[in-house]
Design a protein around this ligand. Structure first.
Ligand code: NAP
Length: 304
């Protein structure tokens, strides 16, 4: 098959389109004929790109762990999916990703994709959608009537957080650069704080939840705006300062079929839209990574 692989560390310049063996399904796997894939630019620095779960070198490795496509083969003992099913999901960080014609994935990491969703939109949803679901509802305890700040509310992850939080009945304050204001507001933010003009803590009082997708100094300063019993949930780094009367959480997203199904239901009914900033063909995966690094807003999707 054709696949984009990386042979050694050193950034996205090392991504090359070449022939690679078509994967075989292991027990519990399906092989997906990939139609679209999504990625996080930082993933080339993550250990899972370079070693398997036992720490053994697994290069050359295929990036892009968001997948949308059609089941082409079913492994021994795999239940719940059949050849021809449209699916989407998040593949294991320690195995090959989806910048390829085929990818082998544990079936439990996939959910059925509604007929009304395109593969391109669907590839922008798993990683960002699961991250947000887990940040808001699993780690953040968000529920109707609570208040939430989403730092980076116009980004690939943040824009989904704004929609899911609003849909859950929360009061949503999004932050970001001025150019993110329209996206965050269209997605449902009640308030937008332009971080280029204002410190967020000058605009926002104590809230129940702060979800941070930006990190750095903003993450450190955020602890001071978490109200009693609230939480500061970060996906960029462990918060360096704990909220005085609340919790600080850093986590890495996990695949979860039931949560994916919730995300699919909301996408199907139009309650959740991925913010796709650009689409590239498989042969231009390197350019796709570079475009995201240079600041294309939202998710960049690779069509296969
Ligand atoms: N822990 C996990 O499991 C997990 C899962 C998913 C993602 N992540 C991490 O989460 C982060 C966000 O990912 P993403 O895909 O959502 O990225 P993204 O699409 O680039 O979104 C980040 C948003 O934050 C804004 N932003 C960044 N720096 C800013 C600053 N200094 N001031 C104001 N706004 C700023 C960006 O605006 P501009 O575009 O204008 O810069 C963008 O709107 C990445 O570091 C990623 O690696 C972690």
């Amino acid at each position: 098959m054709r696949a984009v692989r990386i042979h050694e560390r050193g950034g996205s310049g090392g991504l090359v389109l070449e022939d690679a063996p078509r994967p075989r399904p292991a027990t519990g796997d399906v092989v997906v004929r990939v139609h679209a894939a999504g990625f996080v630019p930082d993933e080339l620095d993550w250990p899972g790109t370079w070693v398997d779960r036992a720490g053994r070198d697994r290069t050359p490795s295929i990036p892009a762990h968001d997948v949308a496509g059609v089941v082409a083969e079913v492994g021994y003992g795999t239940a719940g999916l059949a050849v021809g099913d449209r699916v989407f999901g998040l593949t294991d960080w320690h195995r090959d990703g989806a910048a390829a014609e085929y990818v082998a994935v544990e079936a439990r990491n996939l959910a059925r994709l509604p007929e009304s969703s395109t593969f391109t939109e669907a590839a922008a949803l798993p990683l960002a959608g699961l991250t947000v679901w887990q940040a808001l509802f699993v780690h953040g305890g968000l529920e109707s009537g609570k208040s939430v700040v989403v730092h980076g509310g116009g980004g690939g992850t943040g824009s989904l957080a704004v929609q899911l939080a609003r849909g859950a009945g929360a009061h949503v304050i999004a932050t970001g650069r001025a150019r993110a204001a329209d996206v965050a507001t269209e997605m449902g933010a009640h308030v937008f704080v332009d971080l280029e003009r204002q410190r967020f803590e000058d605009a926002v009082g104590p809230v129940d939840l702060i979800f941070d997708t930006i990190g750095g100094d903003l993450l450190a300063r955020s602890a001071g705006r978490v109200g009693p019993g609230g939480a500061l949930v970060s996906i960029t780094a462990p918060p360096p300062v704990e909220p005085e009367n609340g919790r600080a959480v850093f986590f890495i997203v996990e695949p979860d079929r039931a949560q994916l199904a919730e995300i699919a239901r909301r996408a199907e009914s139009g309650r959740l839209r991925a913010h796709v900033g650009a689409v590239y063909p498989l042969a231009e995966t390197r350019e796709a990574f570079e475009a995201k690094r240079k600041g294309v807003p939202g998710k960049v999707v690779i069509e296969v």
